[in-house]
Design a protein around this ligand. Structure first.
Ligand code: 5GP
Length: 190
């Protein structure tokens, strides 16, 4: 499909700092956009509906699915997350690079649907650092932290399927590396 080269999927285990890296990149390069996913998970302190996510009830999420408004979705730690079709198509049509920050299953589905998309996996420097970052965030209960750490191991094991790999050692460096990947892809054919 025309415009697939504008799609960039970023994944990485919870706590790896991928959201911070992507925020840095978006701040440095306003030409790059990010899709806003739909989720049924509760809003965290400081999050804004329609900015971080479209926070939906399970019923509304199901309605959007039934209306074919969600291109891919997953159940992650007991909550649903999905990419809205309108978000993807809007950016592809406008020919502007757009980042989808989604987990591994969703990344695989996007790559199957849009083979021209570039998938980028953000790795933590090591597992101890990942656990440390997850705990420092202070937004999850111990039970949720344990679930996310377990899931992190599975996700890292599946990272070989990604087109590109970057380590989040220093946020600015990692953001710059991802921007370099975007610039390089945009110079290629669709
Ligand atoms: P969090 O609860 O930390 O915001 O997100 C949990 C996980 O869900 C993260 O790995 C995030 O990238 C992923 N995620 C967010 N939105 C989507 C989406 O639309 N689709 C999929 N498949 N995963 C998503």
């Amino acid at each position: 499909m025309k415009g697939e080269k504008y799609l960039f999927v970023v994944s990485g285990p919870s706590g790896t700092g991928k959201d911070t890296v992507v925020s840095k990149l978006l701040g440095d390069h306003p030409d790059v956009k990010k899709t806003v996913s739909a989720t049924t998970r509760p809003m965290r302190e400081g999050e804004v509906d329609g900015v971080n996510y479209h926070f939906l009830s399970k019923e509304h999420f199901k309605e959007a699915l039934d209306a074919d408004g969600i291109v891919e979705y997953t159940c992650y730690c007991e909550n649903y997350y999905g990419t809205l079709r309108s978000e993807i198509e809007r950016h592809m049509k406008a020919e502007e690079p757009v980042i989808l920050v989604i987990e591994v299953e969703g990344a695989g589905n996007i790559k199957r649907l849009y083979p021209g998309a570039t998938t980028i996996f953000v790795l933590p420097p090591d597992m101890q650092e990942l656990e440390h970052r997850l705990r420092c965030r202070g937004t999850e209960t111990e039970e949720v932290i344990q679930k996310r750490l377990k899931r992190a191991e599975t996700e890292i094991a599946r990272s070989a399927d990604y087109d590109e790999h970057v380590v989040n050692d220093v946020v600015q460096d990692c953001a710059d590396r991802i921007y370099g990947i975007i610039r390089h892809r945009l110079m290629q054919e669709d």
